[in-house]
Design a binder for this molecule. Structure first.
Ligand SMILES: Cc1cc2nc3c(=O)[nH]c(=O)nc-3n(C[C@H](O)[C@H](O)[C@H](O)COP(=O)(O)O)c2cc1C
Length: 368
């Protein structure tokens, strides 16, 4: 039904308009007690066997909403109502910024993909921190906070900008993510080079510890699928060296060649990050590489092109304790999480593994 609705309605609208409209519906539904209870009961039935513990946090399951959907933390309860087991808000930058000029979001329908060059449009760390501070949660869910660099801040002052966000947002974050992998902020991905990443992650760790003294806020880094294999290894080694809690693999790709894209060339050539089905293979490859390097020492989060329960299951077997999605949600709609959870629970039941945790990295162990 959603697919028909998508074709007749959303597909004819500008993608960003459609996003805000759907977003408004979700937020409205989450504000009405009877409605949200009903919607959550239908869309988010919980499966006890999928309960997940990661980063020292308890979750209903392993599947979260990837960053970028709820940049300003306005719909955490709404997304939880739809069944997401954790919600990663952001990317939030030190200062508010409008992002790139529209049009900046494109649907590649036949490829089940999106291209975006949003450019971190967000209300900034002060406003988002205030919103999170005053939030009265109706559903208990884990909230990750993803931070990035303000566009006008020069690269050599990037650390200060991240530190500002970390100090303001860490007190409200169940976990914190340093995003150095979005292709839409000039120079941002240079921060993935270990020489830049080491001081950045060290400073953010210290900032989070200064801001929160009653618990240790888990710190993760989110990387691009476009890193060369040896750079993936270098980030993995650095993460271990610094005692980082996790790595999120991956963000969107700037690649277009060799992905078998079937959409019209003018769409394919739009500048920005490509997400969705065509990203699946490379994201999985990066995850496998990371797991081979870090094993169970660091929590891995698999994201990029996950379309169904089988994709999510493959990420878990490859080493992901948590998985996330964004683009497929746009195409699959509100029943996506329900189907995903059902499919994951069924796979676990018929697998040789007693728990989801036992399945994490099982493929890599088998191959060894
Ligand atoms: C419109 C859009 C905006 C995004 N914005 C962000 C962002 O602000 N920060 C971030 O870390 N990732 C962002 N992402 C990347 C997603 O979090 C995710 O890593 C990527 O889309 C791959 O997952 P998917 O194939 O399931 O969409 C964005 C993705 C899309 C489609």
């Amino acid at each position: 039904m959603y697919k028909l609705f998508f074709r007749l309605f959303f597909q004819r609208m500008d993608p960003e308009q459609a996003h805000y409209l759907a977003f408004r519906w979700i937020r409205t539904a989450a504000r009405v007690p009877v409605l949200r209870t009903f919607v959550a009961a239908v869309l988010a039935p919980r499966h006890a066997e999928l309960r997940t513990e990661a980063l020292g946090l308890r979750m209903h399951g392993p599947f979260g909403l990837a960053a970028g959907f709820d940049k300003n933390a306005v719909a955490v309860d709404g997304m939880s109502m739809l069944g997401f087991d954790h919600v990663e808000i952001g990317t939030v930058t030190g200062e508010p910024q409008p992002g790139n000029p529209r049009k900046r979001l494109f649907r590649l329908v036949s490829d089940r993909a999106l291209i975006n060059r949003m450019g971190f449009n967000n209300e900034g760390s002060l406003a988002v921190a205030a919103r999170l501070a005053s939030r009265r949660p109706v559903f208990r869910t884990v909230v990750g906070v993803n931070i990035g660099k303000t566009k006008v801040v020069p690269e050599d002052e990037a650390v200060h900008d991240y530190v500002k966000s970390a100090e303001r947002l860490a007190p409200h974050a169940d976990y914190l993510v340093v995003n150095v992998s979005s292709p839409n902020t000039p120079g941002l991905r240079n921060l993935q080079a270990v020489d830049h990443l080491r001081p950045l992650l060290t400073a953010v760790r210290e900032a989070a510890d200064r801001a929160v003294t009653t618990r240790r806020v888990p710190l993760l880094v989110k990387i691009a699928p476009d890193l060369a294999d040896e750079d993936v290894d270098a980030v993995a080694d650095l993460a271990v060296e610094l005692g980082l809690d996790g790595i999120i693999a991956t963000n969107t790709t700037v690649a277009r060649e060799g992905l078998g894209l079937t959409s019209p060339p003018d769409l394919v050539q739009e500048t920005g990050g490509l997400s969705g089905a065509p990203l699946k293979e490379r994201s999985l490859e990066v995850l496998r590489r990371l797991y081979a390097r870090v094993g169970d020492r660091i929590t891995l989060v698999g994201v990029g092109g996950i379309g169904d329960a089988e994709d999510a299951w493959q990420r878990i077997l490859a080493g992901a304790t948590l998985v996330q999605g964004y683009s497929a949600f746009v195409y699959e709609g509100p029943f996506w999480m329900r189907a995903l959870h059902k499919g994951l629970a069924a796979r676990l039941r018929t697998s040789p593994y007693a728990t989801l945790a036992d399945a994490v990295g099982a493929d890599a162990r088998k191959a060894a």
